[in-house]
Design a protein around this ligand. Structure first.
Ligand code: FMN
Length: 184
């Protein structure tokens, strides 16, 4: 099981702390995790090469990762900004438009600071569900941490939340690989 995490934030942020804990728990579950800092990823310039089934003009780390079709899941980790993905994650998403996302699992690990209408997490899920419909990907519900302050240390709920996120990830990967999960 191979997972690529797009981490859009630097150290000492809420996102970074959650990603670090995610990696710790995922490795304990024998999930292979690679992390890519979004600051190392070029933004889409709209050349349309990828849409025309040609090769993306960028030759950065993301293009290398995307050539490797063995990844089961891509995880978008970052804060919600103004009811949307932050621009760093939106930048990555745009680079995926020419990829074969059929049966790939997309995971949302979002942090937020507002309880007003889910802080906008519902809108982001809606966006990803539309991508699923169009591309055949499978988005798992976000691990969404609402916090007004910086996370100093993770509490039991955060850790259990990440555990649940990993369980959902594993289940969806199994299903996307044609596995059969018995439903009770
Ligand atoms: C410019 C800006 C816009 C924000 N917009 C939202 C928002 O629309 N909804 C929300 O729930 N939180 C919003 N927040 C709060 C952040 O999502 C929250 O503080 C998050 O935990 C920060 O994560 P980080 O420590 O990884 O940067 C916003 C924060 C900033 C700086």
């Amino acid at each position: 099981m191979k997972v690529l995490v797009f981490n859009s934030r630097e150290e000492n942020t809420n996102t970074y702390k959650l990603v670090t804990e995610f990696i710790r728990q995922a490795l304990a579950e024998n999930i292979e995790v690679k992390t890519l800092r979004t600051s190392e990823i070029e933004k889409c310039v709209g050349c349309r090469n990828c849409i025309n089934k040609e090769i993306c003009i960028h030759t950065d780390l993301l293009s290398d990762y995307l050539k490797d079709t063995s990844y089961d899941a891509f995880i978008f980790a970052g804060p919600i900004y103004f009811f949307s993905l932050n621009s760093e994650l939106q930048k990555v998403l745009e680079r995926l438009i020419g990829c074969d996302l059929r049966n790939k699992v997309l995971g949302l690990m979002l942090t937020s600071g507002s309880n007003f209408r889910y802080g906008g997490a519902d809108l982001i899920i809606e966006q990803f569900k539309r991508i699923d419909e169009y591309c055949g990907s499978i988005t798992i519900e976000p691990f969404n941490k609402v916090t007004y302050d910086k996370i100093t240390s993770l509490n039991k709920c955060d850790i259990l939340g990440i555990k649940k996120f990993i369980e959902d990830l594993k289940t969806e990967i199994l299903i996307s690989r044609g596995g059969c999960i018995d439903k009770i």
